[in-house]
Design a protein around this ligand. Structure first.
Ligand code: NDP
Length: 297
């Protein structure tokens, strides 16, 4: 079997198009411009690239982008004061604090100081609780993107066996909650899981969010299963230079799976698209307007 390739780049472009349409309608009909504030503390090169891409795509869909670049020595009090100002600013509908923060800042305290209604990353403890209890919440962007691709490919996920490899707060756990919400039978695997290959072989859906290059080989995959590869790992090429690979052995898994996301061009582009979707959703909710269809969980 050769797997269908789930094209995250094309899917993300479609989501951005839907976001742009909704933004335009909000402007025309309500005079509203959804606004996303991104806070970056320090000069981590990877974070700078992410923040630049987020700002660029925010503007491209017609939303307002507010970038706050703070010195690496910024105190916790100053950062919390900025978040207070953004919480109170009616032009800001979404707030994202780029992680990781420098060591002297308490990430949990900072994230939990964001107004949950503006927490477009979905990391605030209130949103985690709302998602876990099946209530309306802001949903973390990467798992939301994975869910959208799975729904698009399968229609209903009801009754499917899903195995999520990885139990992080930003990917693994919310992914499992979303799959449970769509009536999958969900197993969360991690570094202490006994017989991981045997567990993964039961899965109709495998979501790999581990951070280990090409860890999942093709012979762990049930024939016809859908493989969603969240991993982004940079490895050395034999001929020199580097390239990005996921957490699954793409060629090996694609030979067995029914469908698979590539790296790059799979989950990655969906993450920013879902951040934009969450910002529009937050703007609609803040103004008591109907939410865009298909852009939330
Ligand atoms: P974390 O490091 O926070 O979590 C990794 C998880 O993998 C942990 O739960 C860990 O288990 C588990 N794990 C580690 N080794 C093994 C193993 N040998 N067998 C089974 N499980 C194992 O990573 P993240 O969730 O933040 O990210 C995962 C990957 O996804 C990374 O490659 C990251 O770059 C990528 N990513 C991609 C995004 C995108 O936009 N596409 C967004 C976010 C992340 P334990 O808890 O037991 O230690």
């Amino acid at each position: 079997m050769t797997a269908i390739v789930i094209d995250g780049k094309a899917f993300a472009a479609k989501v951005r198009g839907q976001v742009a349409e909704h933004v335009s309608r909000l402007k025309d009909e309500h005079g509203l411009v959804p606004g996303l504030a991104v806070v970056l503390v320090g000069e981590d090169p990877a974070s700078q690239v992410y923040v630049r891409n987020k700002g660029k795509q925010t503007v491209e869909v017609g939303m307002a982008s507010f970038e706050h670049k703070l010195d690496v020595t910024t105190s916790e009090a100053d950062l919390l004061a900025l978040i207070d100002r953004l919480n109170a600013d009616p032009n800001v509908h979404g707030i994202l604090v780029q992680l990781p923060l420098p060591d002297h800042l308490d990430s949990d305290l900072v994230i939990n100081s964001i107004d949950p209604a503006k927490d477009v990353d979905g990391f605030h403890i209130s949103n985690v609780g709302l998602l876990g209890t099946g209530q309306r919440s802001m949903v973390p962007c990467t798992p939301l993107g994975c869910l959208m691709m799975l729904r698009d490919h399968h229609g209903s996920l009801s009754g499917m066996n899903a195995v999520v490899i990885g139990r992080s707060n930003i990917v693994g756990k919310p992914m499992a909650q979303l799959l449970l919400g769509d009536s999958c039978t969900v197993t969360i695997a991690h570094s202490r899981t006994a017989d991981l290959p045997g567990v993964v072989r039961q899965a109709d859906i495998v979501v790999a969010a581990v951070g280990r290059p090409q860890m999942v080989p093709g012979d762990w995959i049930k024939p016809g299963a859908t493989v969603i590869d969240v991993g982004i790992n940079r490895i050395e090429k034999p001929e020199g230079g580097t390239r990005l690979v996921g957490d699954v052995d793409y060629a090996g898994c694609a030979a067995v799976a029914g469908a698979i996301t590539p790296v790059p061009g799979g989950v990655g582009p969906m993450t920013i698209a879902c951040l934009l979707a969450n910002t529009v959703t937050a703007c609609c909710r803040a103004n008591g307007l109907a939410e865009p269809q298909g852009l939330t969980a």
